[in-house]
Structure formats: C-alpha cells, structure tokens
Design a protein around this ligand. Structure first.
Ligand code: PLP
Ligand code: COI
Length: 356
C-alpha cells in the first residue's frame, strides 16, 4: 500500500534530546506518526505519515468505553556504522495480528506493518539515541473509533505507530528489582485475553501494582488465575529462574504473553551452554528452592525491560534474596549477548535483525 508522507512544518519540530542518559521511558515522542484507517466497506486505506498530534475522538468512541485496543512494542537501534536496526519486527507483526484476532479487529497486512515502521523510523532517524542502554521505542497500536455505545466489534479502526526515544524501563536502570508474588488479584485466566497485548490486561494490573509498591516492591509477579499456584509473568516481562546453568521459565499456556525477548533469551541461553526448560513452576517449590539456595538467579525479559535482574522475591509474609541480591553472572551474560546483537556489536547469527 502507498504510504503518503504529509509535510511537517519546520516550526512544529520539537527539540531533540539534549542528554541521552536522562531519557527514562515513554515520556518523549518524535515529530511524526503513522496513521492508517480501516473501515468495513473500504478495508485498509488512507495510509499516511503525518505530524505527531492528538486524535479528536467523539466522547462515545468505542475504545474509550469497551477497550477494543491492541498494541505492540519493539525497538530501533542506531549502530556505530550509522545503520539502523530493528529487532525481530516480523514477530511483532505476527503477534499484533494474533491480538487483533482475539479482540475481533482486522489484521494488518505484515507488509504494511513493516513498511510503515521502516518509513517512519527512517524519517525520524535523528531521534534515535545512541548512548548505551538507549533505543528508539516503537509503539504500534490499533483502536476502534466508531462513535457508538452498543457492545460489538467496530466498523472503523485506526492503526497507528508512534516513536519514543528511551533509556531503561525501570528507574533503577540495569540493577536488580524486587518482585512480589501476587496472591490476592489475578491478571488473566485460561480462555481470557492474557496472551493478547491488549490494554485491559494492563489496566486490571494497576491495583496489585499499587499495593505491591506500598509494601516496598517494584513489580508484581502473577500466579495462574485458577489454582493461584503456578508462576506466570510480571507486568511487562516474562520470568526466568536459574538453577546454576539450568534455566526454567513458565510455558505458554495461553494466559501469558509470548515474549519475543523470552524466545530470544531461551535460544541465547542454549548457545551459552545452558539447559532450558519450559514448565509449570509451583510457587511453593520455587520458594523452597530459593530458601535452600538452589535458585541462583532470577531475571525478567521484555522489549522495554530487556533483561532485568531480580534481587528480591516476596510471597505472602516472606521476602527472600535471590543469590547475593546483585546482578547474577548468567543474567549479565544474557543481557550482553542480547544487546550485542541488537546494537550490532556481535554478528546476527539468528537472522533477527532487519536493517531499515
Ligand atoms: N509480558 C508482558 C505482559 C508484556 O507486556 C511484555 C512486553 O512486551 C512481555 C511479557 C515481554 O514481551 P516482549 O519480549 O515481546 O517484549
Ligand atoms: C514492551 O516491553 O514493549 C511492553 O509493551 C511493555 C510495556 C508495558 C511498557
């Protein structure tokens, strides 16, 4: 599909980032965005890259009431040789369409998803930071925009992409976070929308997040919604536990997100000589293993979170330190292996990179 590029008035251009070490996450947005519309009668049409600006939405707009919305998250990196690299964007395109199908939304042709991102990132390349640990975060999303209060799938959608220069997702940077296993609220259940990247999953997690913060924890680790016994994932990352060189993570049972970083970490771990296992992780067994020192490291993985070390795990009234509470050796190796490919410091032996 032809993507029109609308003019951007020079006086509308924003100030570029002055200090890349102070970026934080998702606070700053670039000058342009991609917007494509879908209607029942026309399908996908009107693809354009336009100045970044607010949407004007009728107060009755479906997404505002019934949350028919999906999103993705991926990153662009500026390599030392000046090339711009995307990390596994085809996987995001595929997952976006799986989320679309779950939420009764139209699928975005993979070519439109990828071409649209390529073109937008190319136009906005001066916004890509290059300090260590920084990247251009890419946020594709789709919303139902019909002004209608009946509960039904929309007839009109916006697919849009915005860009944000980012540093670390967690304020602590690449430092251990503390995580509380949630025993009161649940995030998702079998048959629910847990494996779709849809806003409601995040809205429903806020209360537990707030209560965990009040208890001194950074994040919530969800248990399965039925037995409240098996470890699932954290709000923005999949979880791993290392028993020496053996790494364990929860299986994709339908209630957690199929993380692209998760899949990449599993492959890198094997390359580093680890054995990996996707299995149900009983929370009581995990805490026994933590208590007797069998669990040597814990970390999370995600596009925003990259590889994040976990230094403390809490459950009910108990708080346990993981390993020595610092960044584990394996966690560090996996962080380096992943980010070296993303930033072009190591050869892309898996075919994960798409040069813009
Ligand atoms: N789990 C949840 C709930 C997430 O929001 C994310 C972030 O995208 C992840 C896991 C990690 O997925 P990925 O590695 O594809 O970014
Ligand atoms: C990402 O890592 O891309 C995510 O979507 C997590 C988000 C909640 C910040």
């Amino acid at each position: 599909m032809q993507i029109e590029v609308l003019p951007l008035a020079p006086e509308k251009m924003k100030q570029k980032v002055a200090d890349e070490t102070q970026l934080g996450f998702g606070k700053l947005f670039t000058d342009r965005m991609l917007l494509v519309e879908w209607t029942t009668d026309k399908g996908w049409h009107n693809a354009r890259i336009k100045p970044y600006e607010p949407f004007v939405l009728d107060p009755a707009t479906t997404v505002l009431h019934y949350a028919q919305e999906i999103f993705e998250g991926l990153k662009a990196y500026k390599w030392e040789d000046g090339r711009i690299a995307l990390f596994r964007p085809e996987m995001n395109a595929r997952r976006f369409n799986q989320s679309a199908s779950r939420m009764c939304m139209p699928e975005v042709p993979e070519e439109l998803f990828l071409d649209g991102i390529d073109k937008l990132v190319e136009l906005e390349k001066d916004w890509i930071p290059s300090a260590p640990g920084t990247a251009l975060y890419i946020r594709p999303a789709m919303i139902a925009v019909d002004p209608y209060l009946g509960v039904k799938p929309g007839d009109h959608y916006y697919f849009f992409v915005i860009l944000s220069p980012v540093g670390a997702y967690y304020a602590a940077g690449f430092n251990p976070v503390s995580i509380l296993v949630e025993d009161k609220y649940v995030r998702s259940v079998a048959g629910g929308t847990g494996d779709a990247k849809t806003g409601g999953n995040y809205a429903s997690s806020l209360k537990a997040g707030l209560e965990a913060k009040q208890k001194g924890y950074d994040q919530v680790l969800w248990l399965d919604g039925k037995e409240r016994r098996y470890i699932e994932e954290v709000g923005a990352m999949n979880m791993f536990f290392a028993y020496g060189n053996h790494i364990v993570t929860a299986p994709l049972t339908g209630s957690i997100l199929s993380g692209i970083t998760r899949e990449s970490v599993l492959r890198l771990a094997v390359e580093l000589g680890c054995t990996v296992e996707e299995r149900l992780i009983d929370v009581d067994e995990l805490f026994d293993d933590l208590r007797n020192g069998k669990v040597t490291e814990a970390f999370g993985s995600g596009t925003a979170a990259v590889v994040t070390p976990v230094g403390k795990l809490g459950y009910k009234d108990e708080a346990l330190q993981v390993g020595d509470g610092g960044v584990g050796a394996l966690t560090q190796k996996l962080y380096d292996a992943l980010t070296d490919i993303q930033t072009g410091k190591q050869a892309d032996r898996f075919g994960w990179i798409r040069i813009v």
